[in-house]
Design a protein around this ligand. Structure first.
Ligand code: 13P
Length: 251
């Protein structure tokens, strides 16, 4: 494993006050973790407050989305410049909930990745198959196309980092996780696609691969033998400091 990373995706599950409260609790309870990268992604409205709480801590800030243009008449969107201004280092892109409810496409994610890299933000690129796609034997095909299209013409130069998050849609929020052998097979596939796109040294040094979907402290150990895995993207279990801490401790 490269330096493991654990990312909390708080989705739209907390009020602004609750986000600040949880950020303060994280800051206090997680301050001794130095061997893991920890990232918190609150909703946009809470980024400023959570960013100022986590400033000078070992916890980094991420957003759950951003727009691909730098500035202009794009009602309801947030720019990469504003995300940087409030202290973000990371941004989640192409989460399946945005693909499902807001029509986010690989092409849109592709433009956002370019903008994120130009703006010195690390994109956390989410890919994953639905239950029907898995049932129909389309998993590999779906992941291949999502990855290829999201990374189309995205050039990674030395120092530019990306994170690929494999999040099977059917596992998200379900309490189910993908079987460890199957996860290993999928990460090998993702690694192969990445090696097709980028030189091996770039894949080794600039890309981290993480898993998300149903992760909690009781099932995290089943992933411990997956060599290509660099960390986790955590939804539900990141809303409770102790549960999140247990996950980081288990790495
Ligand atoms: P859960 O951990 O709640 O399954 O959510 C995963 C997720 O969607 C993180 O982005």
């Amino acid at each position: 494993m490269k330096k493991p990373i654990v990312i909390a995706n708080w989705k739209m599950k907390l009020s602004a006050k609750q986000s600040s409260f949880l950020a303060k609790d994280f800051k206090k309870s997680l301050k001794n973790f130095k061997d893991q990268d920890i990232v918190v992604c609150p909703s946009d409205i809470s980024l400023t407050d959570v960013g100022s709480i986590l400033k000078k801590s070992n916890i980094k800030l991420g957003a759950q989305n951003m727009f691909w243009e730098e500035f202009g008449a794009y009602t309801g969107e947030s720019s990469s410049a504003v995300l940087k201004e409030v202290g973000c280092d990371y941004v989640i892109l192409g989460h399946s909930e945005r693909r499902q409810y807001l029509g986010e496409t690989n092409d849109m994610v592709n433009k956002k990745i370019d903008r994120a890299l130009d703006s010195n933000l690390v994109p956390i690129i989410c890919i994953g198959e639905t239950k029907d796609e898995r049932h129909d034997g389309l998993t590999d095909n779906v992941l291949y196309h999502q990855l290829k299209e999201c990374l189309n013409s995205v050039h990674l130069i030395v120092g530019e980092k990306i994170i690929v998050a494999y999040e099977p849609v059917w596992a998200i929020g379900s309490g189910d996780v993908v079987d460890a052998d199957e996860a290993e097979r999928v990460f090998e596939l993702i690694n192969q696609v990445l090696i097709d796109i980028y030189p091996l040294t770039i894949v080794r040094n600039n890309v981290r691969m993480i898993y998300g979907g149903g992760i909690d402290s009781s099932n995290i150990s089943s992933f411990s033998d997956i060599k290509l895995l660099d960390g986790f993207l955590v939804g539900g279990a990141s809303l409770d400091t102790n549960k999140f801490k247990d996950i980081i401790t288990a790495l």
